[in-house]
Write a protein that binds this ligand. Structure first.
Ligand code: 1GP
Length: 248
């Protein structure tokens, strides 16, 4: 069974699954062992690895060390570009920035990356990436040069999500951007989850277990947090997130 199907199966008894995003530029190699063991002990379902930039040299080496400490938890690349591909991960979010109107980020980069991914033999999880306005410009917005979906127009976001599901994407990543002032509005998640049957990943600016639980109640199938765990290494905090996402 492929990584994504297994992830869906392993989390099927929970309200939703919980992903922790690790940015190599913010979590150096010498911290990986502690950070990952705490996350695993808390019960996270998968690790995402990536960032808008990637200043850390040797992505392969980083992932090799990562895999040494990640146990049985899937390691999925969340690439900021074609420079973030590696055979040492278990899978990769094969992203298309469907909320934008920049052809390079919808299909251009994907054409460059596809033969490399094929050669590396890594599982691509086809993912429609929908960026939502979040109060201030995020790295994803700036780096992609695209206009995010207006946060007060859930019907526009839902139309994008429906189009993504008709186009055959395996999942949708509804994202307000790393460190967003405002996370994705609950009404938007709710409308989208009523419109589609493919799993919805929600991330960006989720800072409390309560906020995570709200998104799950609205229909998120997976929750992603990154920044908040980088600034709070209390193991009880990450356990509270796991509990909120799994059990609501
Ligand atoms: C960013 O959705 C992820 O792409 C996580 O966002 O760092 O704000 O938790 P945060």
């Amino acid at each position: 069974m492929n990584v994504f199907d297994k992830l869906l199966q392993n989390t099927s008894s929970f309200n939703a699954g919980y992903f922790v995003l690790i940015d190599p530029d913010k979590t150096p190699l010498n911290k990986l062992s502690v950070v990952l063991s705490e996350a695993i002990a808390a019960g996270v379902d998968a690790f995402l690895v990536g960032g808008s930039l990637l200043l850390t040299p040797d992505f392969d080496g980083y992932l090799q060390t990562f895999k040494k400490h990640s146990g049985n938890i899937p390691v999925i690349i969340f690439p900021g570009g074609v420079h973030q591909l590696s055979a040492y991960a278990d899978a990769l979010l094969f992203l298309s920035l469907l909320s934008g109107r920049n052809a390079h980020h919808i299909i251009g980069t994907q054409v460059i990356a596809a033969p490399i991914i094929h050669r590396l033999g890594i599982e691509p999880i086809s993912t429609a990436y929908l960026l939502v306005e979040s109060g201030r410009a995020t790295s994803a917005e700036f780096m992609s040069g695209t206009v995010p979906l207006p946060r007060h127009k859930p019907e526009i976001a839902a139309a994008h999500a429906l189009a993504a599901s008709y186009m055959g994407f395996q999942t949708i990543y509804l994202e307000s951007g790393s460190g967003a002032d405002h996370s994705v509005p609950t009404e938007m998640i709710s409308l989208i989850s009523k419109s589609i049957s493919i799993p919805l990943i929600v991330g960006g600016g989720i800072r409390t277990p309560e906020a995570a639980a709200e998104k799950v109640k609205a229909g998120a199938r997976f929750i992603v947090t990154g920044n908040i765990l980088e600034s709070n290494n209390d193991p009880g905090f990450i356990r509270a997130f796991v509990d909120a996402v799994h059990n609501g």
